[in-house]
Design a protein around this ligand. Structure first.
Ligand code: COA
Length: 174
């Protein structure tokens, strides 16, 4: 696989069942492997993939939930992370920002209010803070223990689509 990404078309869309199987079967290609077996067939489970041409170079997975007052089932929609990762070698080139920015458009269009995730690596923590998540437990950004992050999507600025096209990919083509 070449690392040349210039001029290649980037697409973010929901994964088909076969693409989820591919992610699972090729988990060693990703720093954070997609390892869900039972969950991935459920309708509450969503998995978006980042495609460079026909090649899957990243995914963002989460579980859709609804909550009400005091933990009761209600109408407020939220998403709980089930993993986000680029393929090894693609990190640090704004592709993560692009992926979550596009997924954020889906989240906003579907009236989802909150998001929650856990991050262990300081670099990953910095990434989530950059895209609007806020730390919600006592574990600091630089520590290697798990920090819990939350976001109120309705109050947060969406990662801007205009500026989220990664420069590493060259000019955008339609
Ligand atoms: C976490 C991940 C999705 C981020 O995507 P990315 O394309 O590498 O990140 P971006 O290039 O979009 O960077 C966005 C911000 O994150 C931070 N960041 C990301 N990678 C970084 C790196 N290698 N070094 C320093 N900062 C980094 C920067 O603060 C950057 O801010 P900037 O845009 O103002 O420069 C990606 O690095 C990845 O897949 N990592 C391995 C798996 C993982 O850790 N998943 C998260 C588990 S919670």
């Amino acid at each position: 696989m070449g690392k040349k990404v210039e001029g290649q078309k980037l697409i973010v869309r929901e994964a088909t069942p076969a693409e989820k199987d591919w992610l699972y079967d090729n988990k060693e290609l990703f720093s954070e492997p997609y390892k869900l077996i039972e969950e991935r067939r459920r309708p509450e489970h969503k998995c978006f993939i980042l495609l460079k041409g026909r090649e899957i170079i990243g995914y963002q997975a989460f579980e859709l939930g609804r909550m009400g007052l005091m933990g009761l089932l209600g109408t407020t929609k939220y998403v709980s992370s089930r993993g986000t990762s680029l393929r090894k070698g693609y990190e640090g080139r704004k592709l993560g920002r692009f992926l979550v920015g596009r997924v954020r458009e889906w989240i906003n269009a579907n009236g989802i209010e909150y998001g929650i995730l856990a991050a262990k690596k300081p670099l990953a923590k910095r990434f989530w803070a950059k895209v609007g998540f806020e730390r919600s437990n006592g574990v600091q950004m630089h520590e290697k223990d798990v920090t819990i992050f939350g976001i109120n999507f309705k109050k947060s600025k969406t990662p801007p689509r205009k500026t989220s096209w990664p420069r590493a990919l060259g000019r955008r083509r339609h």
